[in-house]
Design a protein around this ligand. Structure first.
Ligand code: GDP
Ligand code: MG
Length: 439
């Protein structure tokens, strides 16, 4: 997969003491191949590697200390920029209802995304949402929206399949106003291919409801095709952003990497499964980090937050802010993390554990047992103030835990690093992954 190829290439340069122009050229060649294999648009690949190379050479990377780190950093930044920089979202209209029009080919995932977006807006913003069933052609399309829309907690506005979709859209907008909805999402019909009729109908609906946002739903699994379709849509009916659907099935990542560069429109949401809650705002920086195997610290924290109960999370946050996080808390957290399930997948999200490295590697649960044993062998005072752990204390803890002094030292040191990371996150800052990787 793309992630593994890039990780391989970059781990080649990462540890290097110095880099020559040849090294950079070689790395760029490999990155180019990896991206092409991942089905990234060839123009995008060319532009991307050129930019990265120029930046690498221009940044005075050659001959410097830790040049590989800088190459990784540049690749990471450029991947993020390629996918649109920071995450955008939907801008709500100051005069509700905010109208969102969903467009896309048949089977791209529009109806699913309509319900998912409704659920998301309801959960994240507390919006009252209605969805309008304007696909009157596809058999059972209306029933499908009634089903998933209702599940999502949205009001479903439908008039069966006998009416004109433009009239339905207009009627739905009136009703959303009357009923005081915050958001109206209009689900439309698609075709297998882009054709005049589809585009005309979209334009007519657009004229009738004047949407605040038009979202193009694109099937990530179709790779280059997805990008071509987006390009054609961009020409015919302008849209504001992309919902990348079926990203869960797209091992190559090509569509996600190309769409912004080709159409100029950002990916706003990612749909990552058939279930309604498998939908999230798209974060280019997180996606880039995932691709580079730098670990997705934020996803990890979100996952952890889901597991921790609210009070515990608040308490932890307070401690992080005040820098009171202790080994006692660490022990608690370690137990929480182990509760979270397959350890490999958790570690895969942490910096320093590239997915490629995790492949086939058995996580050493025994090592975690050892860590727990060491912490348990400390006095409560030592757990709160690890800086006390020196000399004879070390030996006592080593003996008490059935380990050795080195293991105790290492744990104390790692804990110090972790504390630093926690402090950064506690301050709401993205931790400096580069710095952490260097340690
Ligand atoms: P539409 O024709 O554009 O309205 O597409 P649908 O919403 O009906 O989706 C087509 C198929 O793709 C359905 O079987 C969905 O369950 C499936 N689907 C939609 N989004 C996703 C996704 O993010 N992941 C996966 N695995 N399947 C999806
Ligand atoms: Mg549909």
């Amino acid at each position: 997969a793309l992630a593994e190829k890039l990780q391989e290439t970059l781990s080649d340069v990462r540890g290097r003491g110095t880099l020559t122009e040849d090294d950079v050229n070689k790395a760029m060649r490999e990155i180019r191949l990896a991206l092409l294999e991942a089905d990234v648009n060839f123009k995008v690949v060319k532009q991307f590697t050129q930019t990265v190379k120029e930046r690498c050479l221009g940044a005075g990377v050659l001959g410097q200390l830790n040049p590989g780190q800088q190459v990784v950093k540049i690749v990471n930044e450029e991947l993020t920029a390629l996918m649109g920089g920071s995450s955008a979202g939907i801008t709500f209209s100051p005069r509700p209802p905010t109208v969102v029009l969903m467009a896309g080919l048949q089977g791209s995932g529009k109806t699913t995304a309509t319900a998912k977006l409704a659920r998301h807006l309801k959960e994240a913003h507390g919006s009252s949402v209605a969805v309008a069933a304007c696909d009157v052609y596809r058999p059972a399309a209306v029933e499908q929206l009634v089903k998933v829309g209702t599940q999502a907690g949205a009001a479903v506005y439908e008039q069966g399949t006998d009416k004109d979709p433009v009239d339905i859209a207009r009627w739905a907008l009136d009703r959303a106003k009357t009923e005081g909805k915050d958001v109206l999402i209009v689900d439309t019909s698609g075709r297998l291919h882009i054709d005049e009729r589809l585009m005309q109908e979209l334009k007519d609906i657009r004229k009738a409801v004047k949407p605040h946002a038009i979202l193009l739903v694109v099937d990530a699994m179709t790779g280059q095709d997805a990008v071509n379709v987006s390009e054609q849509f961009a020409e015919a009916v302008d849209f504001d952003g992309v919902v990348m659907s079926k990203l869960d099935g797209d091992a190559r990542g090509g569509a996600a990497l190309s769409v912004k560069a080709v159409t100029g429109k950002p990916i706003l949401f990612a749909s990552v499964g058939e279930k309604l809650d498998q939908f999230e705002p798209f974060h280019p920086d997180r996606m880039a980090q995932r691709i580079l195997g730098m670990g997705d610290v934020l996803s990890l924290i979100e996952k952890a937050e889901q597991q921790f109960d609210e009070d515990e999370a608040k308490e932890l946050e307070r401690k992080l802010r005040r820098d009171e996080f202790t080994l006692e808390d660490f022990l608690k957290q370690l137990r929480q993390i182990r509760k979270m399930g397959p350890l490999a997948s958790i570690l895969g999200m942490m910096p320093g554990f590239a997915a490629a490295q995790m492949k086939g590697v058995k996580v050493d649960e025994k090592e975690l047992d050892r860590i727990q044993a060491i912490i348990l062998a400390m006095t409560p005072e030592e757990r709160r103030r690890p800086e006390l752990i020196k000399g004879s204390r070390r030996l006592r803890i080593a003996k008490g835990s059935g380990t050795n002094v080195q293991a105790v030292n290492q744990l104390v040191k790692q804990f110090g690093q972790m504390r630093k990371l926690m402090k950064q996150i506690g301050r709401g800052k993205m931790p400096d992954l580069q710095a952490l990787m260097r340690q």
